[in-house]
Design a protein around this ligand. Structure first.
Ligand code: RM4
Ligand code: MN
Ligand code: MN
Length: 397
């Protein structure tokens, strides 16, 4: 049961909770074996921002859209004014800028970790252009993920590559404006299968620290080995003032990019709990970018995005309900059952009525998914985009 006081506090907290959606989650994606084409998928930045605008319109908590430079700014800096005008037209803002140093042929053996200095320079130039794009779009974060690594033992100089990364990240940091940050993402494997240059949070943390004070670590929930305790990583990063943000998704096996909380809802709750507990205990309010990074290749993309945003809001709300003062006492006394029950009862609380109340107070539909379905938007874009999408083909051949 949620008390009226808890409800008032929660409504206020929800006002400050925002989720950033990825432009690439609205486009056609697939697996290693082929792309699955959906007739309504977005294939231009205008369509992606239009779809993102719908998600924001119905959920009220997704004002920003993360973008991938090569996919969304094909002409780099030159594409900025047009993109900004689309964002304005569809009622969203441009969020994290994601450079792409993994797609071009020159990156076959790596980008910033490539033994060829020329390729490293090409990668850095693209990242620096992304920083400039971020200045023009008014984005706070440049979000860096590197596919770099090697497939066979003995084929790469791991230490030399780490040094090249350190240098590149320092140079990137030097170009940030006072309002910009850079986020360093890690991933244990894929596409590289023997070693990945930035494989875990320790490596990301060292690189971010070495780069400068505006560099933080980005935790993609799908980028961990099976048994890893993600909320412990989150707790450590918070304590070190190094948690910059998340890429939310869920997985069963590897980096599956499934809907947040679809496999392990308690995991998402535990992450939010560590953050809420930290904030309560320290009185600090770290700047955390809550972003989604999913591949909506089977479900309808806009609907899955709405579903994800609501999931994020509800785990956030459940974690906010933990009685922190009581929990601290139970922990101090090692009252294990009481401490555990304190956390679990918050997880078990049905927060849907509060989320509905919050939406109502904002003039939003109480059921965003149903309202989106009733809006006719899907029908319209399916008609407009089906032909172009059908022609795009799903084969990698
Ligand atoms: C990676 C990583 C990055 C994302 C790319 C597309 O696995 O999660 O954040 O930008 O996929
Ligand atoms: Mn990611
Ligand atoms: Mn990933």
């Amino acid at each position: 049961m949620i008390t009226p006081q808890q409800e008032t506090a929660l409504l206020k907290k929800l006002d400050a909770f925002q989720v950033e959606i990825p432009s690439w989650g609205l486009a056609n994606t697939g697996t290693r074996f082929g792309k699955f084409i959906q007739p309504a998928a977005a294939s231009s930045i205008e369509e992606k921002l239009s779809d993102a605008g719908e998600v924001h319109k119905f959920t009220g908590c997704c004002p920003t859209v993360a973008v991938h430079v090569l996919w969304d700014f094909p002409k780099g800096l030159e594409s900025v004014p047009e993109t900004l005008s689309f964002a304005e037209k569809y009622g969203v803002r441009i969020g994290a800028i994601n450079p792409n140093v993994f797609q071009d042929q020159c990156y076959k053996y790596g980008s910033r970790g490539n033994p060829a200095a020329e390729v490293r320079r090409t990668a850095l130039a693209h990242i620096l252009e992304s920083v400039e794009i971020g200045k023009k779009t008014g984005s706070r974060d440049v979000s860096l993920w590197f596919a770099d690594g090697s497939n066979y033992p003995g084929t790469a100089n791991i230490r030399a590559r780490a040094k090249w990364f350190q240098e590149g990240l320092k140079e990137t940091h030097a170009r940030l404006s006072p309002s910009q940050r850079m986020l360093v993402e890690y991933k244990p494997f894929e596409p590289a299968f023997y070693h990945t240059d930035i494989a875990d949070w320790g490596m990301a943390l060292l690189l971010a620290r070495g780069a400068g004070p505006k560099a933080k670590v980005l935790v993609d929930t799908g980028h961990h080995y099976q048994a890893q305790n993600i909320e412990q990583i989150v707790a450590w990063l918070l304590a070190e003032d190094m948690l910059g943000g998340f890429h939310f998704n869920d997985r069963r096996y590897a980096d599956d990019d499934l809907t947040l909380g679809c496999i392990d809802p308690y995991q998402v709750f535990r992450i939010f709990h560590e953050i809420a507990f930290f904030e309560w205990e320290t009185g600090k309010k770290p700047e955390i970018a809550y972003m989604i990074d999913q591949s909506h290749n089977l479900k309808d993309k806009i609907e899955e995005t709405i579903q994800t945003v609501i999931a994020a809001q509800s785990f956030f709300a459940k974690a906010a309900l933990v009685d922190h003062a009581a929990l601290a006492k139970h922990q101090q006394k090692c009252a294990l059952i009481d401490a555990e029950e304190c956390v679990k009862s918050a997880f078990a609380t049905d927060v849907r009525p509060v989320l509905k109340a919050w939406r109502k107070s904002k003039g939003l539909p109480e059921d965003p998914l149903a309202a989106f379905r009733a809006s006719g938007y899907m029908k319209r874009i399916t008609k407009d985009r089906a032909e172009k999408n059908a022609a795009s083909g799903g084969s990698y051949a």
